[in-house]
Each structure stands twice: as structure tokens, then as C-alpha cells.
Design a protein around this ligand. Structure first.
Ligand SMILES: [Fe+2]
Length: 311
């Protein structure tokens, strides 16, 4: 096994051990950890995701039933302007309050898992994504459709990162993310930026698909040396989930250090900021729903975020 892979597994062993001090967890592979979220943290997350999604509906309705909410989203998907072809529900100025609540709920889950100190920086803003039951064929022609097997580093994120995924609503058993484990000869050099996810197909062919279905009310962490893809079984329903990434503290020597695509340098925040939204900081999105952001071929997050200091 390469030293690059040993280093990454070493960090996952330590992060899992820290989670294990307060929570149960499973390791679907040596580079993935899945841990159950407490009922109280889960209610915070579901309710804030619900409020945020309702705020995006044309008449700001208040639908509490998750199936009705997803169905209403599907029916209105052409009129909800802040959804990207990849299903990202993009925060805009009319959703500032609800979006900050949602981030608070995620930070709370990380704090309960006891891994806040592991986080050098978060990629912001984190994503709430809706994946409808049918593939958006237009999206498959773009540079970075999440249906292709990929590492987020191929879209310019730091190769040192960890992917965070939380399935929240809908048919998450059949409309989900599938994960792939690297071979023993994995090298960090495989994780550089690529013009499109399709350009990584040769690297992806070296990987092994894992028999792992991410579950609701679970926090799933996956090292960037794993690959993943959006997947729908035949007849699957809609799904909503959180996805984001952080760069963990590197306790070992060597390696190339954190490399971030230049367009992504502004998309970072500390865990302290994330944990203090509404108290010391606020994520502000100055764009109205009619202002579209050029995501520069998928290398930039499709929103404009200003981190406001409140004091
Ligand atoms: Fe991804």
C-alpha cells in the first residue's frame, strides 16, 4: 500500500476513534465512516431543511410532510429559479435566515460527533441538494454532472478534503450516493483538477464499488481518495441530502499540503464561524433569485457568499 493511502487511512482511524467516544459508528471501508445522529440533532436538521425548502417554493408555503414537500418541489421545479441542473438549492437573499439555520444544524451535528477540532476549514457554502427521480439529461452534457463517478477534487476542491454527506428526505435507499474504494497503489496525484468528470473515467476504472447504502439520520464521512456518484435505482423516488467538504488537520509529516483551485480560495470558513452563525457571523447572499452566478465550468460555487461579522 502506498504511503499516500496509509496517511489517509491513519487520519480516518483517528477521526473514527474520536467519534467513537460518544457515538456508535461503522466503517464501510477504511476510508469511510458512518455514524448515527442523535434524535434531537436530527430534528434540528430536518426542521431547518424543511424551512429552507419551503422558503424556495413560489408562495413560501409551510408543508411539513416530507413526501408532499418533495412532490411540490418536483411539480414546481421549472419555476423555482435557485436550483442548478445538479439539483443544488442555491442560497439567495430571500433565504438568508433559513439557510443560516440549516448550517447551524449541521455544525451542531459535527460538534456532537466531537470532531470540530479536526476541521482546518470548511468548503462554504454547504449544499442542500434535491435529486429528482428522473435524471436531468441536459445536465449530463455539462462538465461535472454528479452522476459520473468522481472525486470533488476533480472540480477543483482541495485533494486533502473529506466529503460530508447526510441523507435527509425522500427515497434515500434507492436515490443515493454510491462509493468506490481506491486500489492499494493509489497516489494523491490522481486527485488533481480535470476539465470534466468524464475525463476521470480511466482513474475510476481502477476502483472497486462498495456495497454501502448511506442511511438517513447518519453522518457519512468519506476521504477524497474514494470516488462517488449520484445513483438512482429503477423506480426510485426523489431525494434530498446535505453534501459538503472539509479539510482535516494533517497530523502526519510530508505530502504536498493543501492545494485549492484559485477560484475556490474564497470558499473557506473555520468551524468556529460555522458554529457561531447568528451570534458572531452571518452568511449573507446578496444575489436575488434572478441573478445567476457563472460557475466557470463547475470550478466555482454557483452562488455569491459574503461572510458578515456581527461584532
Ligand atoms: Fe461529489
Amino acid at each position: 500500500m502506498t504511503q499516500d493511502l496509509k496517511n489517509r487511512i491513519g487520519i480516518f482511524d483517528e477521526i473514527s476513534a474520536d467519534i467513537g467516544r460518544t457515538k456508535s459508528f461503522t466503517r464501510p471501508s477504511s476510508l469511510i465512516c458512518s455514524s448515527k445522529i442523535s434524535d434531537e440533532d436530527w430534528r434540528h436538521l430536518q426542521n431547518s431543511a424543511n424551512l429552507y425548502m419551503n422558503k424556495c417554493l413560489p408562495n413560501n408555503s409551510f408543508i411539513t410532510d416530507e413526501n408532499e414537500l418533495l412532490e411540490t418541489f418536483a411539480q414546481n421545479k421549472d419555476s423555482i429559479k435557485n436550483i442548478t441542473p445538479n439539483g443544488l438549492i442555491v442560497p439567495k437573499r430571500h433565504t438568508v435566515l433559513e439557510y443560516n439555520l440549516l448550517v447551524n444544524a449541521v455544525a451542531r451535528i459535527i460538534n456532537s460527533a466531537g470532531i470540530g477540532d479536526w476541521i482546518t476549514s470548511w468548503h462554504i457554502p454547504l449544499n442542500l441538494r434535491i435529486k429528482h427521480n428522473e435524471i436531468n439529461e441536459e445536465n449530463m452534457k455539462r462538465h461535472h454532472p454528479t452522476e459520473h463517478i468522481h472525486s470533488d477534487s476533480w472540480a477543483g476542491e482541495s485533494a486533502d478534503s473529506v466529503t460530508v454527506m447526510i441523507p435527509i428526505f425522500g427515497d434515500t435507499d434507492h436515490n443515493r450516493v454510491t462509493y468506490y474504494d481506491p486500489p492499494d497503489n493509489f497516489e494523491d496525484s490522481w486527485l488533481g483538477p480535470l476539465p470534466s468528470y468524464a475525463d476521470g473515467a480511466e482513474i475510476a476504472s481502477r476502483y472497486e464499488k462498495l456495497d454501502f447504502v448511506p442511511k438517513k439520520q447518519h453522518l457519512i464521512l468519506a476521504d477524497f481518495s474514494t470516488l462517488h456518484a449520484s445513483h438512482r435505482d429503477a423506480g426510485a423516488g426523489h431525494r434530498v441530502s446535505i453534501d459538503t467538504t472539509f479539510v482535516p488537520v494533517r497530523k502526519y509529516k510530508g505530502g504536498d499540503g493543501e492545494t485549492i483551485h484559485p477560484w475556490r480560495e474564497n470558499e473557506r470558513a473555520t468551524h468556529k464561524v460555522l458554529s457561531s452563525l447568528g451570534e458572531t457571523h452571518l452568511f449573507h447572499f446578496p444575489d436575488s433569485v434572478d441573478q445567476q452566478v457563472d460557475s466557470q465550468g463547475g470550478f466555482k460555487h454557483p452562488t455569491n457568499l459574503v461572510v458578515k461579522e456581527l461584532e
